[in-house]
Write a protein that binds this ligand. Structure first.
Ligand code: PGA
Length: 261
């Protein structure tokens, strides 16, 4: 059984005071719960503050990006070693906002995936199609390309530290849309099949999270799908009570899964 992942992506939100309080509230709410894997990914400047406020809880720290070099003349960039130094366990790579707004290519994302895994970080690789691609029936092709190119030259040994986040771009943020549980399940199967073609049996253990307007109200239906192993949450991760409510849904689903086994 795959452990459920509930990850908060704070994007470029919060100030120091808000980040500190949000982290504290989440740490208190989650406590030492370990049936699900919970992590928060604050903006770079607040990583240290959030790390200290998460201490004593089982909530892990993640970053939203990195630069694929250990160190050097890369003005404004942040290395995997720096993230590890601050206590990060996870890094989100290939988020659609970076692909679209900053022009990140699959090749560049692939470099980041390698460097992050080599450094010892757990990678959350985001993939997802635009509305135009979905309407043109290109979703499968887009997802497969992002997986094939994003994970090129990766060995199956790295899979335990890799998770995928399926984030249909048309469902992210305040678009008023989220994928139906059936749509999410269908695309997660596409992703898992492709992973199986690339890596064989270990692909069955890879966590595939869904992201795109996950809220306490829709979390149960999404997480009850057999291949939806967690959620990558933007907006609702900025409100402790909403994020914690989704964590509770994941715990409940885990209990149901255990019983069904
Ligand atoms: P959302 O963002 O939950 O606000 O839709 C998800 C994401 O972009 O990771």
């Amino acid at each position: 059984m795959r452990q459920k992942f509930i990850i908060g992506n704070w994007k470029m939100h919060t100030n120091a005071d808000e980040a500190g309080r949000l982290a504290k509230a989440i740490a208190v709410g989650v406590g030492t719960e370990d049936r699900v894997c919970v992590a928060v990914c604050p903006p770079f400047p607040y990583l240290a503050l959030v790390a200290s406020n998460l201490k004593g809880s089982s909530v892990a720290l993640g970053a939203q990006n990195l630069y694929p070099e250990k160190e050097g003349a890369f003005t404004g960039e942040v290395s995997p070693t720096m993230l590890l130094d601050l206590g990060c366990k996870f890094v989100i790579l290939g988020h659609s906002e970076r692909r679209q707004k900053l022009g990140e290519s699959n090749g560049f994302i692939n470099q980041k995936v390698h460097v992050a895994l080599d450094a010892g970080l757990n990678v959350i690789l985001c993939v997802g199609e635009t509305l135009e691609q979905r309407e043109a029936n290109q979703t499968t092709e887009v997802l497969e390309q992002q997986i094939i190119l994003g994970l090129a030259a990766l060995s199956a040994d790295s899979l335990p530290r890799l998770s995928i986040a399926y984030e249909p771009i048309w469902a992210i943020g305040n678009t008023g849309h989220h994928a139906t549980p059936e749509q999410a399940e269908m695309e997660h199967i596409v992703i898992r099949k492709r992973l199986a073609q690339m890596f064989g049996k270990p692909a069955q253990s890879v966590v595939i999270q869904y992201g795109g307007s996950v809220k306490p109200e829709n979390a149960a239906a999404l997480l009850s799908q057999p291949n939806v192993d967690g959620a990558l949450i933007g907006g609702a991760s900025l409100k402790a009570e909403q994020f914690l409510a989704i964590v509770q849904v994941a715990i409940k689903q885990t209990q149901t899964d255990v019983k069904a086994k």
